[in-house]
Structure formats: structure tokens, C-alpha cells
Design a protein around this ligand. Structure first.
Ligand code: G6P
Length: 366
């Protein structure tokens, strides 16, 4: 009913704005990094792992792709991320000491559960889930769990579940780093400080909504959009494109910006909006030259740029400034405006935002 929505028009919008609280709740009680964040028996299971296999579907899969960057760079553990419905039917090479990590909002997605069971049948019994439902099949079937506290998510397009999954996956990366002797107490203190400030940082990004509404009008007139990101923001570009296609029915594709020249550049004309995620990281200069490749073909760039970059609005380049460069946790901030862009574009188009055609909140059958 309308009363549950408060000042919001849709559950998706409400859930986007609940993210500061959802992240704070997911971090509730956090005092420091320790294996028992994942369960009383976590230490032996995590210590045994010499690599990680992440299995998930949809938005949860993109959380997994993002976590690969954290796990490899912070914990120095090799990671594979696989779409659950592909993994379960693939003749893969089992690997005894691989920790199987499933990510699922519902904990009931049939393909993810089947992939977990498949991995177990192949001899991989060290398992951990990042899940939003404590009573789900996924939590029952995994040895270890971190329960995200996003609260009930009603909008079919996942938003607060995703950012809380990322929060939990960052904690997992720090925990494995600690076990592997790669987290100094100083680093731990600094990451905890950043995590505690995260809800406030997300709130500051949500305040960009009026600027994004101004872009949505223009976006709603197109039938295609391209999303570019590099490094850890490439999965965020994938998630942004997924959000837009799910609820606005605009065909959207994401590419790692360095791959533009190997195909998608052929699609770029003055009719193509190109959303670009521009954090101030090591890849910024390379990203800027990718942006020039787009401009040279007349493409219109819509850039979410960290405040400490020198990217400014000019002919064909529209810029919204992100309030804060958030370092390693930057993906959690950069996905927020993409959620809002999809939401407001869908609103202009008049689609059924909370229940997009042909999609279900939780796919419990194959
Ligand atoms: C469906 C939902 C998506 C979700 C995916 C995986 O496709 O529409 O929003 O990301 O299932 O769901 P899970 O509950 O396993 O995260």
C-alpha cells in the first residue's frame, strides 16, 4: 500500500534511499576484522582456502565480479567468478581447497543452489554464502554465512541487496587478507573507519538525485546506451546497464573502456549516450583517452566523475561530480547514481518499475 512507501513513488526508489541504513545495519556490531564474522567455525575453513570460486546470478553475479578485484588485490587469493547456471552444467576441473562462495539476495535461486550442490559433489565442501535471508536454503546448505541486513527488498531490480553484498564481500576480503598475513592493524583500522563512514558517503551521493533527474529526460528518448568502466568499476558498468535494461527496456551494454576499439566503437554515433564511470584511480588517464575515442565519433558522454578529477562539462561531455573519491570502496558509491539513472529514466518512460515485464524477484525454478 501507499503508506509503506512514505514519500517515495516506488519500492525501488525507497530501497535506493534505504541504502545508507541497509549498509549500516549490515555492519552493525562490527568492531574489527575476525573470521567469526562468518560463523563460529570459520577460521579452519577460510585458512584451508587457496583460491575462491564465486557462484551467483544476475546482480549478485556482478557483486561477485566486483569482489574478485578486492580478494585478489587485498587478500592476494586467486578468484574465479562464474554464472551459476553455466557452472552447474560445465565439465569444470574440481579443486579441493577452493572456497565456494555463493551470493544471493533470496537464498533460494534454483541455479545458484544447484551450482553449490554441484561444487560439493565435485569435492569442494568449503562453502560460504553472502545472503540476505537467514532462514533460506542457501544459508542452511553453506558451512559459513554472512547475513546482509538489507531488509526485505520488493523491487524486482535489486539495489540495496547489491550494496550490502558488496559491503559483506569487502569484509570477507579483509578477513581472508588477515588470515593470510596481509592486513596490518593500521590497515584494518583505516578500512574499518572507511566502512563506518560509508553510510554517510552513500547519503551524499543520493543527494545527486536532482541532477540525475535532469539527465533521465534525455535518456528516455534513446533506445540504446553504452556503459563504460575500467578495472573494479567495469562490473559496476555491467550492473548499471542491467538496471537500465531491466526497468526502462532500453537496450544497454557495458564494456571495459579499453575494449571499445575492438567492437562497440562501431555503434557510437551522435545518437548514442555513453555513460562513463570515472573514479580518480590509476586508470583515469587511460579512461580519458577512451572518452576522446567516443567524442571523436560524436557520441554523447554522461560522466560520473570523482570530485578530484579534472573532468569538466564541455561540448558533448556532461558531468556529474561524485562528492568523494572513496578509494577501494568506490564501486559502492559509483553504482548509486546508475541505479537512480535507471529508475528516473524508467519513470519518464512510464514502465512498471517495481515489476518489470517478464522478470521475477526470485527465480526458484530453472
Ligand atoms: C532475479 C532478480 C535479480 C537477482 C537475481 C539473483 O533475476 O530479478 O534482481 O539479482 O534473480 O537473485 P538472488 O536472490 O540469488 O540474488
Amino acid at each position: 500500500g501507499v503508506s509503506e512507501l512514505g514519500p517515495y513513488r516506488h519500492f525501488m526508489q525507497k530501497e535506493i534511499f534505504e541504502q545508507p541504513r541497509a549498509i549500516a545495519d549490515t555492519l552493525q556490531g562490527l568492531e574489527g576484522i575476525a573470521p567469526d564474522l562468518f560463523g563460529a567455525d570459520a577460521l579452519p575453513v577460510l585458512r584451508k582456502a587457496d583460491s575462491v570460486l564465486i557462484l551467483a546470478c544476475g546482480t549478485s553475479y556482478y557483486a561477485g565480479l566486483t569482489a574478485k578485484y578486492w580478494l585478489e588485490s587485498v587478500a592476494r587469493i586467486p578468484v574465479e567468478v562464474e554464472i551459476a547456471s553455466e557452472y552447474r552444467y560445465r565439465d569444470s576441473v574440481p579443486h579441493e581447497n577452493r572456497l565456494v562462495v555463493t551470493i544471493s539476495q533470496s537464498g533460494e535461486t534454483a541455479d545458484t543452489l544447484a551450482a553449490l550442490r554441484h561444487a560439493r559433489e565435485l569435492g569442494m565442501d568449503g562453502s560460504l554464502t553472502i545472503c540476505n535471508v537467514a532462514t533460506s536454503a542457501m544459508v542452511r546448505e553453506c558451512a559459513l554465512a554472512y547475513i546482509t541486513r538489507a531488509g526485505v527488498e520488493i523491487g524486482v531490480a535489486s539495489t540495496k541487496a547489491f550494496t550490502t553484498q558488496l559491503t559483506a564481500l569487502f569484509l570477507l576480503s579483509l578477513t581472508i587478507a588477515q588470515i593470510r598475513g596481509r592486513l596490518t592493524p593500521e590497515q584494518e583500522a583505516e578500512y574499518i573507519r572507511m566502512l563506518r563512514h560509508l553510510p554517510a558517503a552513500v547519503s551524499a551521493v543520493l543527494a545527486l538525485e536532482p541532477q540525475i533527474i535532469a539527465w533521465a529526460e534525455e535518456f528516455s528518448r534513446h533506445n540504446d546506451a553504452l556503459f563504460l568502466g575500467r578495472g573494479i568499476h567495469y562490473p559496476i558498468a555491467l550492473e548499471g546497464a542491467l538496471k537500465l535494461k531491466e526497468i526502462s527496456y532500453i537496450h544497454a551494454e557495458a564494456y571495459p573502456a579499453g575494449e571499445l576499439k575492438h567492437g562497440p566503437l562501431a555503434l557510437v554515433t551522435e545518437k548514442m549516450p555513453v555513460v562513463t564511470i570515472a573514479p580518480n584511480d590509476d586508470l583515469l588517464e587511460k579512461l580519458k583517452s577512451n572518452m576522446q575515442e567516443v567524442r571523436a565519433r560524436g557520441g554523447q558522454l554522461y560522466v560520473f566523475a570523482d570530485s578530484d578529477t579534472k573532468i569538466v562539462s564541455e561540448e558533448g561531455i556532461h558531468v556529474i561530480r561524485m562528492p568523494e573519491n572513496y578509494g577501494l570502496l568506490s564501486p559502492i558509491l559509483h553504482v548509486i547514481p546508475l541505479q537512480l539513472l535507471a529508475y528516473h529514466t524508467a519513470l519518464v518512460r512510464g514502465t512498471d518499475v517495481d515489476k518489470p515485464r517478464n522478470l521475477a524477484k526470485s527465480v526458484t525454478v530453472e
